[in-house]
Design a protein around this ligand. Structure first.
Ligand code: SF4
Length: 444
């Protein structure tokens, strides 16, 4: 889909330009030193755009100082303010950075009031040449839209179209849209619906792709690559973020590979895939384990999501970090990769499904360590959906279909959720995993 160009500082998104790679800081924005240092590292790692959370008006001042320090050191990477709920903060941030990411539906419960506040933000963005990302995540759509359409890909598309119509009415076109979900099927369907709706209306705004709360390690990479590559190979998507519950620098190689592989939106099949009786097989000779995982997700992910195949078989080899040749044919690791792929495409569940946010400046505890411990202690709960979220402000809304949620409150306290309901509040961090497991066991 040929989208219009959106200018974000010195970067152009859409209009046939190469796919832009972006990421997000996980520092506290108010910690200017740490945030500026992380931005420098992310820039060096290849991030073309960097987002920072802006929970308060004070953080807008910190953001201005971070930007100044980066520009003073010759780094022109555009900065994006991540703002939730407050149009005042979004407006203040729009005067400072090149792009603001918001969900305008969260500005106010009353739709008309939210529209008024969004129009004020648009006016400021027009004055300052600031871009907007309308970021609507599955699970945080708001009551009005889910009452009409359910918590579905259709609801995500409809919500996005409402805000895009408002942008067009206000003659504002510097807009990018994202419809992220942790569930790859939901995510891919939502973007496809939106791309078709925009094309029909002749308002092709660029799309920011991502599988949100994808977790970490192998699963996070495979899940992200399955969702993102399915869309890029459809010719949908102009900028990508691979969200991992890890140091954000580690997101860049995977995001960059996906952006490069699909280049100017021309699908290049790098691997010969043979299909027989619903089973697809491919032979690899990969320079690394990560590259193998990304390639197999790109080669098989879309076919699994679209039910063109039911199973996969991996053959060939890859090089380990120490340079050893690891043979896949018939190995346990090859069947582990197949299991991961099938689960990422939601075709077969061989372990629990984890939902974990990447963390940001709102995170109040060691998210990565806690997530790894939750994974270690719940690995037997096949098919259960367990969320580990960094903050109580957005975590509960964004964990969508999770059966259980571990949500950081701040002050070393945790709230445990059973689906959307908080069932234990203010639990000390060092007891929270035990309490979560007790609750799960009680119900089994
Ligand atoms: S849920 Fe996680 S990534 Fe989202 S705002 Fe909270 S801490 Fe940040």
């Amino acid at each position: 889909m040929q989208t219009r160009e959106v200018h974000v500082g010195n970067v152009v998104i859409g209009g046939g330009h190469p796919v832009v790679v972006q990421t997000m800081c996980n520092t506290h924005t108010s910690d200017i030193e740490a945030s500026a240092a992380q931005c420098r590292r992310l820039h060096e790692a290849g991030a073309q755009m960097i987002r920072l959370t802006v929970p308060t008006l004070e953080d807008v001042h910190a953001l201005a100082e971070i930007k100044k320090r980066l520009r003073d050191s010759g780094i022109g990477t555009p900065l994006v303010a991540d703002v939730h709920f407050s149009s005042e903060i979004a407006i203040a941030a729009a005067e400072v950075v090149e792009k603001v990411r918001i969900n305008p539906g969260n500005f106010h419960k009353d739709f008309d009031r939210a529209c008024e506040q969004f129009a004020r933000l648009v006016k400021v963005c027009k004055e300052h040449g600031t871009a907007i990302r309308i970021g609507l995540n599955h699970g945080s759509l708001g009551e009005r839209i889910t009452t009409l359409y359910g918590n579905t890909p259709l609801a995500m598309k409809e919500a996005a179209m409402e805000w895009l119509d408002l942008c067009v009415e206000n003659d504002f076109h510097n807009v990018v849209v994202s419809l992220k979900a942790s569930n790859t099927l939901v995510m891919v369907e939502a973007y496809r619906l939106l791309a078709a709706a925009m094309e029909e209306k002749g308002i092709a705004f660029p799309l920011h792709l991502g599988v949100t709360e994808a977790g970490n390690g192998d699963s996070g990479r495979i899940k992200s690559a399955v969702g993102i590559s399915a869309l890029l190979s459809d010719g949908i998507g102009d900028t990508v973020r691979v969200s991992l519950t890890e140091d954000p620098e580690r997101e860049i190689p995977a995001a960059q590979y996906l952006a490069d592989r699909y280049g100017h939106k021309l699908h290049s099949t790098l691997t010969q895939v043979n299909i027989e009786n619903g089973k697809a097989a491919a032979t690899y000779d990969s320079p690394s384990r990560e590259r193998l995982m990304l390639d197999m997700a790109c080669d098989f992910g879309k076919m699994l999501l679209d039910r063109k195949i039911d199973d996969v078989e991996l053959r060939g080899r890859y090089r380990s970090e120490t340079g050893d040749e690891i043979i896949l044919d018939g190995s346990e690791e090859a069947s582990y990769f197949s299991d991961e792929l099938l689960q990422a495409a939601r075709r077969r569940f061989y372990k629990p499904e984890y939902v974990a946010c990447p963390g940001c400046g709102r995170t109040m505890y060691n998210l990565e360590e806690t997530f790894n411990e939750v994974k270690r202690r719940t690995s037997h709960l096949k098919g259960m959906v367990i969320a580990v979220m960094g903050c109580i402000v957005n975590g509960p809304g964004e964990m969508a279909d999770a059966d259980w949620g571990y949500v950081g409150e701040g002050g070393h306290k945790v709230t445990i959720y059973r689906k959307k309901t908080p069932v234990l509040k203010h639990i000390p961090e060092n007891e929270a995993i035990d309490r979560l497991l007790e609750l799960i066991e009680k119900e089994r």
